[in-house]
Design a protein around this ligand. Structure first.
Ligand code: HEC
Ligand code: HEC
Ligand code: HEC
Ligand code: HEC
Ligand code: HEC
Ligand code: HEC
Ligand code: HEC
Ligand code: HEC
Length: 474
């Protein structure tokens, strides 16, 4: 793969590294450091006190390797969540930092991923406080701030919470057991799309529903055994080939492509705002990362830029959307031809552009003007137009765009573009006219490109000869 070596070193290291030759040590802590004796008491009492929990642990790779309760739950007496329990100092929460004592690579990748930033990003994107987001239930998936009580227990307030960007009492971010259910902590379980579905379903991010409708998801239903989920190594095209799962495309290993716990790395677009933009990945010298839309003035290596949360840091490298796409495309090539993959991405990009041009950009510009003209109050969601617009770009628009990314035809077309079109022309524009009065028509004309009028089939409602389809689709 000579072309890879022309890329700046840190980038191909991060995205496209050649897999290590030979078997690297899986765990960074030497085996003499675990299997602590104090753990025997925990095991024997909890066998009676919480037998099923004990059994899950007993069946785990951890138990087989001699990693016991105390190896994970031990705490320093100065930790904010340390408390005494049956003669030992323990913490209930085993944070990514604790797992990272043994699993440095996975913990580092997870720490710098969009997942572990999910709370901070939500605050940044909505301008709401953590408390407000907490009471609205948003932190159940995005993660909340978990604090220990004075006595070190966490059995109050924000806990339980296994949100993906949870802030732990030790300051670390994220939750490993969001995907690796405790106390089995298995990788087989995490490779199954079901591991992602508790958060990636519903109007926020309907990827589970989309996946189920896609050819890949349909095939999983009949080919589950062929997926070899329990295999030690899980390389596309080597350990399995029947179909692709969420993990195959977003995290998994393929020849020439390293596995990663940084789930957002291979995403060239941001598909969740009113308007979609291609995005670069900025990698800071301290390891932290952030997405940067292409409309942002392009910073250079060595310059300072605000990280998520606002603090500035020095840029070490920038991965362009093309490089991110290249990593994703590599996965497809194990099962599809390169022209198939290229045609697919071309169609996908065009569908996102079509959404942007026809609905995202004009809709946002009209809303911005209405706010500027004080025809809408600054309070969000107190007027019908705001709710209609939200439904268009968020509920339907996110679903349509994610559908196009992962090829669910119904999400992209019948329940996507066509449903958006119906709301846009049937509810949004009429409400704009009602809100803007005499100015309504000129406001709409200013922002709506000619040629972006309805393209739905007429279903016999309009005589075909006079239908707008003919005039617009030439
Ligand atoms: C003599 C029995 C006994 C021993 C020894 C023991 N535990 Fe427990 N542990 C319990 C019981 C009982 C509970 C409470 C269960 C409940 O609330 O239903 C508990 C609760 C816990 C909790 C949950 C605390 C919370 O905040 O909810 C953790 C974590 C825990 N034990 C870990 C350990 C570890 C680690 C050890 C070894 C250092 C250990 N236990 C030793 C009996 C024991
Ligand atoms: C590989 C690390 C690891 C090992 C080994 C481990 N735990 Fe845990 N344990 C965790 C994590 C992670 C949590 C989740 C805490 C959270 O984030 O809310 C947890 C939570 C708990 C809880 C409270 C949550 C609940 O579901 O009730 C108890 C009790 C507990 N562990 C007991 C034990 C006992 C007993 C053992 C040994 C038989 C053990 N743990 C072994 C990592 C571990
Ligand atoms: C004291 C060291 C230690 C700690 C702490 C620890 N692990 Fe492990 N972990 C191991 C060892 C050892 C293995 C077995 C490696 C092997 O396959 O040889 C393992 C294996 C795993 C695996 C692979 C399981 C499989 O199906 O093969 C996962 C996933 C995992 N750990 C997650 C975690 C998580 C999450 C935490 C924190 C809650 C954690 N570990 C904490 C030592 C540790
Ligand atoms: C059922 C789980 C779930 C709940 C509850 C939830 N979200 Fe989300 N949210 C997600 C997922 C998953 C994504 C990722 C979509 C993506 O990146 O494509 C997301 C994405 C977002 C984004 C876009 C972030 C970006 O990077 O573009 C924002 C903003 C957001 N959510 C805010 C909220 C707010 C505010 C609430 C509460 C009113 C909320 N979410 C409740 C799961 C959830
Ligand atoms: C978004 C879901 C998700 C989260 C969160 C997550 N993991 Fe994983 N993890 C996976 C998947 C999927 C695999 C299997 C990857 C593969 O083999 O392709 C895996 C594999 C692993 C392995 C086995 C690696 C090997 O080569 O055998 C370890 C160890 C591990 N994870 C540790 C962690 C730790 C520590 C955390 C928290 C810092 C964590 N994981 C958080 C999904 C997740
Ligand atoms: C506990 C909830 C939760 C689980 C489980 C979860 N995610 Fe996420 N995921 C989120 C949230 C919340 C976001 C949005 C983060 C943001 O943009 O602020 C997200 C974002 C993402 C993104 C988008 C990153 C981007 O570029 O915008 C991808 C891809 C993703 N997750 C894949 C997965 C996969 C694959 C799994 C399962 C192996 C998984 N997630 C499991 C909550 C979760
Ligand atoms: C066949 C490969 C494939 C499978 C399987 C797959 N995805 Fe995706 N996913 C993609 C591609 C390609 C994109 C768009 C990437 C881009 O932005 O260029 C995407 C986009 C996303 C996004 C939006 C990220 C953004 O840029 O806003 C999320 C979230 C996501 N996927 C989660 C999941 C989850 C969860 C599953 C399983 C239920 C899954 N994906 C299954 C390939 C896949
Ligand atoms: C592990 C193998 C595997 C991987 C990896 C994979 N696919 Fe597929 N894909 C399949 C199979 C098998 C089918 C079903 C073909 C059929 O319908 O007979 C399929 C079908 C499709 C279809 C439906 C089109 C059609 O002809 O029916 C699209 C689109 C698609 N894949 C895109 C992608 C993209 C994009 C990627 C990479 C991001 C990808 N696939 C990765 C195995 C895979």
């Amino acid at each position: 793969m000579p072309s890879l070596h022309k890329l700046p070193l840190p980038l191909w290291l991060l995205l496209l590294t050649l897999p290590c030759i030979g078997q690297a040590a899986k765990v960074d802590l030497p085996a003499s450091e675990w299997g602590l004796e104090q753990g025997d008491n925990c095991v024997s009492c909890h066998q009676k006190a919480s037998n099923s929990l004990h059994q899950q642990w007993q069946q785990s790779t951890h138990a087989a390797a001699g990693v016991n309760c105390f190896d994970c739950h031990q705490a320093d007496k100065d930790d904010t969540d340390a408390h005494e329990h049956e003669g030992e100092v323990i913490a209930t929460i085993v944070s990514p930092k604790d797992c990272g004592r043994c699993h440095t690579k996975e913990a580092e990748e997870a720490k710098n991923s969009i997942h572990s930033q999910a709370l901070a990003l939500m605050v940044e994107r909505t301008g709401a406080t953590e408390e407000a987001l907490e009471s609205a239930g948003c932190t159940s998936c995005h993660g909340g701030r978990v604090e220990a009580a004075i006595d070190g227990t966490v059995s109050s307030g924000n806990w339980p919470n296994a949100g993906i960007g949870r802030i732990n009492p030790d300051g670390s971010r994220g939750s490993c057991s969001a995907c690796h259910g405790r106390h089995l902590f298995s990788k087989a379980q995490a490779r199954d799309p079901a591991a992602c579905s508790s958060c990636h379903s519903g109007s926020e991010s309907p990827d589970s529903e989309i996946y189920q409708q896609s050819r890949h998801g349909v095939l999983l239903q009949s080919q589950r055994e062929a997926m070899n989920f329990g295999s030690d190594s899980w390389i596309t095209g080597k350990d399995y080939s029947a179909t692709a799962t969420c993990v195959t495309c977003h995290m998994g290993e393929a020849p020439g492509l390293n596995p990663t716990h940084d789930v957002g790395m291979r995403d060239a677009w941001s598909l969740n705002g009113p308007v979609s933009e291609k995005q670069s990945l900025v990698i800071f010298a301290n390891g932290s990362r952030r997405d940067l839309p292409l409309s942002h003035p392009s910073p250079r290596k060595g310059e300072a830029l605000a990280m998520i949360g606002g603090e500035e840091a020095t840029i070490q490298a920038i991965a362009s959307p093309n490089l991110r796409r290249k990593a994703m495309r590599k996965v497809c090539l194990e099962c599809h031809s390169s022209s198939f993959a290229d045609r697919f991405f071309h169609q996908f990009d065009q569908q996102i552009e079509a959404y942007n041009q026809r609905f995202g950009i004009p809709g946002k510009a009209i809303m911005d003007d209405l706010y500027r003209q004080n025809r809408l109050t600054p309070t969000p969601f107190d007027e019908p137009l705001e709710k209609i617009w939200w439904q268009i770009w968020h509920d339907l628009g996110v679903s349509m765009r994610h559908g196009a990314a992962m090829s669910s035809l119904s999400h992209t077309f019948s329940d996507g573009l066509h449903a958006i079109e119906k709301r846009f022309y049937g509810a949004f524009l009429p409400e704009v006219r009602a809100v803007a009065g005499d100015e309504g028509e000129s406001l709409i004309e200013r922002h709506l490109q000619s040629g972006s009028s309805p393209t739905l089939p007429t279903y016999g409602m309009v005589p075909a000869a006079t239908s707008t389809i003919d005039s617009n689709n030439e």
